[in-house]
Design a protein around this ligand. Structure first.
Ligand SMILES: Cc1cc2nc3c(=O)[nH]c(=O)nc-3n(C[C@H](O)[C@H](O)[C@H](O)COP(=O)(O)OP(=O)(O)OC[C@H]3O[C@@H](n4cnc5c(N)ncnc54)[C@H](O)[C@@H]3O)c2cc1C
Length: 497
């Protein structure tokens, strides 16, 4: 690392005013009052404006920033998200939930998923009935869990453009300076780092640390520093998406995202309070753009409110995320298809790690930066593996995509996890996981992928005791959910606060 002490970072410049840029600027202004934070964005270029589903960690982020939930939901047409409903992933017609809740113990005699399977009794209901938010989702109900009894976790859906605007207002209040203009040139320091930006109208913006949030352009890390791109498209072949909103269809507001597997990709459905976001993520090597567009329009629950918009991307990430005095966050650092809504989570993860280093006083040394980069690479790889799990367990053979996905050679890290689960029922976790063991269980279970042998420890519980434990948990979850309001009613009560 170049900078030798903390004063080297007195002027922090954020490049780009999408969700990543404003998240970075707001968090830096909140955590680093000793530095000036300036954000440069171009209205002419605009922001990508998609990215409407999130991951529960966003709530911790909002808490740190002191964001009021009701205010945020009002400003962004937000709704609550309990998880994702996956339709047609194993076979056409099958569906399952991946929600942010637990199924009780995961190992030993108390592992309810193991007991449920061991007993194999239809009278016990589906395994999903042992998970509170899955039952809430299936009934369209929602209520924030009481502070002291964190039964489950949740996230949000929101309008991505409004979210960037909401954070912008907050950042400006906290002293961030906003400069509007198109960057046309980047001046380098003798050591290779970035010195200053030149705008189209001739103004310059100098800084000590540059946060590259310039979206797919990757203006600083990619274009200027020429950091190589690690391409994952042989594992995750989707490279295009059509996105299009429709009107809100009726009063039923699903508290979850839906991801429906199609011939050459999958379609998202994201309910906001005023409209529904739709999109079709697909692999252009298996379907042409026009057919993919038609498939999106067929999926939508209401007439389109705009012309579908085509987005092109390559899945993967830059080899390093922090190089010289440039740190890339958001799309400029990499992208994984949005099946599990992880992009904003990855921004948050990078931002948290970066701020922790900046708060140590002195500028991070070579080793700290290398550790940052290795941690971010691992984080991308863990999320990649989790996304791949949804595809590779498929029993579909009806199109080229699905045949390719089930026959694909997996990364070692994923192959080992699948092997461990199949052989022993172990939900192996590496460092820097984005998804915990319960999430992995939800996908294995949803895809009907079970260990070859039952854990002998399950026999330590008598079958009748196991049966009672399952029935009791199922009944208490059913009773809690029956007393909850609908998502729509609950949201209206929050928005009226
Ligand atoms: C199809 C699709 C679906 C997605 N769905 C989800 C999802 O459900 N959940 C999720 O978490 N994420 C999702 N994402 C990712 C999400 O959209 C992004 O992570 C998020 O919006 C952050 O984007 P960004 O800020 O990195 O880039 P952008 O929003 O593109 O912002 C880039 C900024 O850089 C500025 N800029 C670029 N070049 C210049 C220049 N020369 N001069 C000045 N300014 C410049 C632009 O004006 C803009 O302000 C999705 C992405 C895609 C493609």
């Amino acid at each position: 690392m170049d900078a030798a002490n903390h004063s080297a970072y007195k002027r922090i410049v954020v490049v780009g005013g999408g969700a990543a840029g404003w998240m970075a600027a707001t968090a830096l202004a909140t955590a680093q009052p000793a530095s000036t934070v300036e954000l440069v964005e171009s209205e002419e270029i605009g922001i990508i404006g998609v990215g409407e589903a999130t991951f529960p960690s966003i709530r911790a982020f909002h808490k740190i920033l002191g964001i009021d939930e009701a205010e945020f939901l009002r400003a962004t047409n937000g709704t609550y998200k309990l998880g994702i409903e996956f339709c047609n992933w194993r076979t056409q017609g099958e569906r399952y939930f991946h929600t942010f809740g637990d199924f009780g113990a995961l190992t030993g005699p108390q592992a309810l998923w193991g007991q449920h399977r061991r007993l194999g009794d239809d009278a016990l209901g589906a395994l999903g009935e042992q998970c509170l938010p899955s039952v809430m989702a299936s009934q369209g109900r929602f209520q924030v869990p009481p502070e002291r009894e964190q039964f489950f976790n949740y996230a949000y859906h929101f309008d991505a453009v409004l979210y960037a605007g909401f954070l912008r207002a907050l950042a400006l209040k906290r002293g961030v300076r906003r400069t509007e203009g198109r960057i046309v040139d980047v001046a380098r320091r003798a050591d290779g780092g970035v010195n200053q930006l030149r705008l189209a109208d001739g103004r310059t913006v100098a800084g000590d640390l540059f946060i590259d949030c310039s979206g797919f352009a990757s203006l600083l890390l990619g274009r200027t520093l020429d950091e190589p791109f690690v391409d994952f498209s042989h594992w995750l072949p989707a490279d295009r998406a059509w996105a299009c909103p429709s009107g809100r269809n009726g009063p039923d507001l699903a508290p979850y995202t839906r991801a429906t597997a199609l011939e050459a990709g999958w379609a998202w459905r994201i309910p906001l309070s005023n409209r529904t976001g739709h999109g079709h993520v697909f692999a252009s090597r298996y379907i042409d753009e026009e057919r993919a567009r038609t498939q999106l329009l067929e999926q939508m629950d209401g007439p389109p409110l705009a012309e579908p918009r085509l987005l092109r991307f390559t899945t993967g990430h830059r080899a390093r995320f922090w190089v010289h005095n440039v740190v890339a966050l958001g799309l400029s650092s990499g992208f994984l298809e949005p099946l599990e809504s992880t992009s904003i989570f990855l921004v948050q993860s990078g931002l948290g790690r970066m701020i922790e280093l900046l708060l140590q006083g002195a500028a991070p040394g070579r080793q700290a930066v290398a550790d940052y980069n290795a941690g971010m690479v691992r984080q991308f790889e863990r999320v990649r593996d989790f996304i791949m799990l949804h595809y590779c367990l498929t029993a579909r053979r009806d199109s080229k995509l699905w045949r390719a996905m089930m026959a694909m050679e997996l990364p070692d890290t994923l192959a080992f996890k699948i092997h461990a689960w199949r052989q022993t029922g172990a939900l192996h976790q590496y460092s820097d996981e984005g998804f915990d063991a319960t999430s992995w269980l939800a996908i294995h279970a949803g895809m009907g992928h079970w260990p070859e042998r039952a854990d002998p420890a399950l026999r330590e519980m008598a079958p009748e005791a196991a049966r009672q434990a399952l029935l009791q948990r199922r009944a208490s979850i059913a009773a809690v959910v029956a007393a909850m309001p609908s998502h729509d009613a609950y949201l209206r009560s929050v928005l009226a606060r």
